[in-house]
Design a binder for this molecule. Structure first.
Ligand code: ADP
Length: 261
């Protein structure tokens, strides 16, 4: 069990700062892109088309990056509402199936009863999106991704860092049969800007964003991974009290647990 390091905390503030300027940057990039498009429309010179095309590709990539920084910084206030995790899985499944390709099977295990949490819907979708896209990237030769929602009883678990108060929680799991990761990688995956992917593919912000969303909502996230076997992410979020729809969400936690075997 590894505690979140001070380095991760520092990187998080850096990310927040970068998120602050990302908004303006994003707008400037949008202007840049439209001028590049105008210029591309006006020219027939192959070399100019080639140069402008490269400029457009780089600008596209910069826009992706600033979008991810914005998501990570979460400047928009959370719009907390009562949502059923079953329906979040169900509704994002079609979108996800399209982005993972036919060589990967995406299965959903929904709970028989509703799994109601008080959370921001688009942030909850973002969690699934980021976890499933990572799972896809870990399965170049195909495999299975399972998404699961279930209400669970959590007993006092002294081993959990930090210990969640005993009670009923919503459990969200995303499991894959991919490459898995060694413990020295698993130890850093929630740190902003940590990536093992090629520069043009990874930003290292996906899991840092998921971590932030989960802890903001009073939940915990753990990972279990075995090289060549696969990886499972497990998130526990406070279940909304059935008869108190306007009560605030659960206690804040600032730690996570990393289990890698
Ligand atoms: P990025 O995807 O941009 O690299 P993330 O924060 O989403 O950033 O992920 C950080 C790193 O965690 C990845 O580069 C990868 O090494 C590792 N990782 C995340 N999810 C998985 C997974 N399902 N299987 C194997 N490795 C993973």
């Amino acid at each position: 069990i590894l505690e979140r390091s001070a380095r991760a905390e520092r990187l998080e503030s850096l990310g927040q700062l970068a998120g602050g300027i990302a908004h303006d940057f994003n707008n400037l990039l949008a202007i840049n892109l439209s001028y590049l498009e105008f210029a591309l429309e006006r020219t027939t010179d192959p070399e100019t088309i080639n140069d402008l095309g490269r400029a457009r590709a780089a600008t596209d990539r910069a826009r992706d990056l600033t979008r991810q920084l914005l998501l990570f910084a979460r400047k928009e206030p959370a719009n907390a509402e009562l949502i059923d995790l079953n329906s979040v899985i169900d509704e994002t499944r079609a979108l996800l199936q399209r982005s993972i390709g036919a060589h990967i099977e995406l299965v959903a295990h929904l709970a028989e009863e509703p799994v109601i949490i008080r959370a921001d819907r688009s942030r909850s979708e973002q969690i699934l999106l980021n976890l499933v896209i990572n799972a896809r990237d870990a399965m170049p030769d195909g495999g299975v991704i399972a998404m699961e929602a279930a209400p669970v009883d959590v007993a006092d678990e002294p081993a959990r860092q930090p210990s969640l108060p005993a009670g009923r929680y919503a459990r969200l799991r995303v499991a894959d049969t991919g490459t898995g990761m060694p413990p020295e990688v698993a130890a850093h995956i929630f740190e902003p800007f940590f990536t093992t992917k090629a520069k043009q593919h990874g930003t290292g912000l996906g899991l840092a964003t998921v971590y932030g969303i989960v802890t903001d909502a009073g939940g915990t996230i753990t990972v279990t991974s075995e090289p060549a076997v696969g990886t499972t992410f497990e998130i526990l979020l406070p279940l909304a009290p059935p008869d108190e729809p306007s009560s605030p969400s659960g206690a804040q936690t600032r730690h996570c647990q990393v289990r890698a075997s």
